[in-house]
Design a protein around this ligand. Structure first.
Ligand code: GTB
Length: 216
């Protein structure tokens, strides 16, 4: 069955791979599933046809036959459940890998998004100079804990899993901030994720869209 995802017609990040379609592309590449991409403009995202797929008018979405999904956690979990390569066979190891997916999305990503908001949307506010260090420290608190848990291992729990895919995807947003480099094992962890051939293919595919001639 053909898989179709949606992505920004032009990502505001200019192809740095930070828009969330990249993690879905990465998951599909890891399991070897071909997919098509429907590009949507910011305006089209808020129109009824897209809102029927995504109630919050965002990308990415995922369509496969009768199934339409939104939310990258759900999409990557769906891919990982149906195809070998992203979740271990052992039931307990599988449950732990899924736990790491949730940890990435519910415990680590929120502080990173708060930092992005503080920098991008609140940078001109008079109180930003006082708030930004507090937000940065909340990011550091989480990274320190994650760094301690990862220790000297390559991945969070045994072999690479959907938990790592999600955690690396979330941490990538910090690359330009310099904060990630304060935790060398986390910086190396992210670099390991980026070096996976499946990630490289996913990154290249989104880059081609964002640097090529305009769609249409
Ligand atoms: N929780 C949802 C999920 O995981 O699927 C969040 C989806 C989401 O935030 N989608 C964003 C979107 O559609 C794109 S990825 N935004 C448009 C809107 O809400 O109107 C977020 C994103 C956007 C831009 C950058 N960037 O330029 O660096 C990075 C990440």
């Amino acid at each position: 069955m053909t898989i179709t995802i949606t992505a920004f017609e032009r990502s505001p990040d200019g192809g740095r791979g930070l828009a969330r379609d990249t993690r879905v592309r990465w998951a599909l590449e890891e399991v070897g599933q071909p997919y098509q991409v429907r590009l949507v403009s910011f305006r089209a995202m808020k129109e009824p046809a897209h809102l029927a797929l995504h109630p919050f008018g965002q990308i990415p979405t995922y369509e496969e036959g009768d199934l339409a999904l939104f939310e990258t956690g759900s999409i990557v979990f769906h891919i990982a459940e149906r195809h070998a390569g992203l979740l271990p066979d052992d039931a307990n190891a599988r449950a732990r890998a899924i736990t790491w997916m949730f940890a990435a999305l519910n415990t680590v990503e929120p502080v990173i998004l708060e930092l992005a908001t503080a920098k991008v949307l609140e940078g001109d506010k008079p109180w930003n100079k006082e708030r930004l260090p507090l937000v940065e420290d909340r990011v550091r608190d989480r990274l320190k804990q994650l760094s301690t848990r990862l220790g000297r291992t390559d991945w969070l729990d045994g072999g690479f899993s959907a938990g790592d895919l999600m955690m690396v995807s979330v941490l990538l947003r910090l690359k330009s901030s310099g904060i990630l480099d304060e935790y060398p094992n986390l910086a190396a962890y992210v670099a390991r994720g980026e070096a996976r051939p499946a990630y490289e293919r996913a990154f290249a595919a989104q880059l081609a869209i964002n640097t090529g001639p305009p769609a249409g």
